[in-house]
Design a protein around this ligand. Structure first.
Ligand SMILES: [Zn+2]
Length: 282
């Protein structure tokens, strides 16, 4: 039983299914890695979808309940199927976060249907994004994968601005100059992951590591949380070395002459880069 909460602005994740979906509640139909939006780009309403749709609670947006459902795309869906990348580039941040949660939760449900220990079909745990096995009582919460991103800087030449290390990947958006990044290993702190990833990917050591912020990220699999850090190169004369497999290039760029091919405006990578540039101007 949950305690009634005051209406909060923005997106608030939740798993409360005690009150069934209302016709005007927000609907986020998902098929694979895509979401259905109305022709005007907004989220449809529950009444816009067939009554037999099986809804999963996602939380609230400005106090309005939001529901996701896995559906099979048809010819008369009355809207557009779009990727999270396309939605995040257009929508305000709370709506993009809700869309990301819909993708994450529905993908997790589709891929966690059976007990991994005894093969029985899992049952939903009311009020939680979790399932439990009726056979052996295994508890299966939706897990999150944490990844770290690091904006590494070093002093520039005398009279010049500081420099930022950017890398190019061998796969994914290969044209972008991105930040050093990687997933956490079990048993590792966020800061330790920063040191390890920087050493592994570009062969550098970093000194002070400072937390910047975080962002839920729906592009690297369900339930990914990106944590951003800034760091300074321990040896300002050291040059990066890449392995040529995961990364194909790594370069120092003066902060007043960054390349045009930077991560998109809705990503924490870009927020980190922009904040580093702004801090250097002060
Ligand atoms: Zn089981």
């Amino acid at each position: 039983m949950s305690v009634p909460q005051p209406v909060r602005a923005g997106f608030l994740p939740g798993s409360d299914a005690t009150v069934p979906p209302g016709p005007d509640d927000l609907a986020l139909p998902v098929a694979g890695r895509r979401l259905l939006t109305a022709p005007d780009g907004a989220f449809p309403r529950v009444a816009d979808l067939p009554p037999e749709t099986r809804w999963v609670p996602l939380g609230t947006l400005d106090g309005v309940p939001a529901w996701g459902a896995e559906v099979i795309p048809g010819e008369d869906d009355g809207g557009r199927w779009r990727s999270w990348r396309a939605l995040a580039a257009e929508l305000p941040e709370p709506l993009a976060t809700l869309a990301g949660r819909a993708l994450a939760v529905l993908t997790w449900r589709r891929t966690h249907r059976w007990c991994g220990a005894c093969r029985a079909e899992l049952a939903d745990v009311p009020g939680e994004t979790a399932r439990r096995c009726p056979g052996c009582d295994l508890y299966v919460p939706m897990g999150l994968s944490a990844a770290v991103l690091t904006a590494i800087t070093r002093p520039g030449p005398a009279g010049g601005t500081d420099e930022l290390l950017l890398v190019r990947h061998a796969y994914g958006p290969t044209e972008l100059w991105a930040l050093v990044a990687g997933f956490l290993e079990a048993g590792e702190s966020l800061e330790a992951a920063v040191h390890r990833e920087v050493a592994e990917e570009v062969g550098l050591a970093v000194g002070r590591v400072t937390y910047f912020g975080s962002q839920p990220w729906a592009m690297s699999g369900p339930g990914t949380l990106l944590a951003g850090f800034t760091a300074t190169a321990a040896d300002p004369t050291a040059e990066p070395v890449v392995d040529g497999r995961e990364l194909v290039q790594a370069r120092w760029f003066p902060l007043d002459a960054l390349p045009a091919e930077l991560p998109p405006a809705y990503s924490i990578s870009r927020w980190l880069i922009d904040a580093t540039v702004t801090a250097a101007r002060r």
